[in-house]
Design a protein around this ligand. Sequence first.
Ligand code: NAD
Length: 260
Amino acid sequence: MIPLCVLGPSGRMGAQVATLALASSELRLCSAADRAGSAIVGSRIAGSDVVVGDDLQGALSQAKVYIDFTTPASTASAARIAAKQGCAAVVGTTGLDAEAESALDELARVAPVLVAANFSPGVALLLHLAELAARALGPAYDLEVLELHHRNKVDAPSGTALALGKALAKGRDLDFQAALQSARTGQVGPRKDNEIGMFAIRGGDIIGEHTAFLIGAEERIEISHKAQRRSVFASGALRAASWLAERAPGRYTMTDLLGF
Ligand code: NAD
């Protein structure tokens, strides 16, 4: 059994990961850490002997792999600590900044690291199909992305929407950052040919929905994914953790895991 540490077990995702980890036949939940001051610190993960701490170093030292659905700042801190211990990382936190990315690159020199904006197998396929569709249909079709999430999501566009935009850009051979258009308001003029529009809806308890639009003069294609349960991300992250723990140091993606 591979010893696993879960970060942020009081969160929407961390709680799911910790619960599902207890049913794993490959992973053994050995430690969990949340932010100092969180009400969960000092209590047990239900159904286990694991007491949630606020000491990242202590929690990571017991594990061979950790799963991180937290915040960009704590992703950076955890990666820096894990690099000293050679602990593998499965990171689902989105909105990562340059500091977090560079800490993960450092960690990837000594341990395997898998970062995914979305751990659902269906989204991995969606990205693949979007790239294929953009390439097949070519520049006569305008590319747009729409994403919907719950009212408490803090980053926009979602990490998955950005990944979807990058997949479309790759299929069309565009520079994604130059093509990205995430604000249209006022006298914006006609749509430019090589834009990739990207828009976010927030409300209620929507888990996560993404659609790539390829809009031509006479038809349009919509490729959509809708998450029905948050557990799809948690079970994907656990699958990634079992797989990653046996890999060589380096950066990995969901495509490496699923083999599309
Ligand atoms: P959340 O706010 O419910 O949970 C975040 C958790 O991180 C909280 O429990 C918080 O206490 C904890 N935390 C903050 N600082 C910490 C620290 N220093 N050490 C340990 N824990 C710390 O958020 P959520 O909905 O669970 O989402 C978390 C992240 O995962 C977001 O970035 C979200 O966009 C992303 N997400 C990714 C996927 C995916 O499949 N990759 C799916 C859903 C959400």
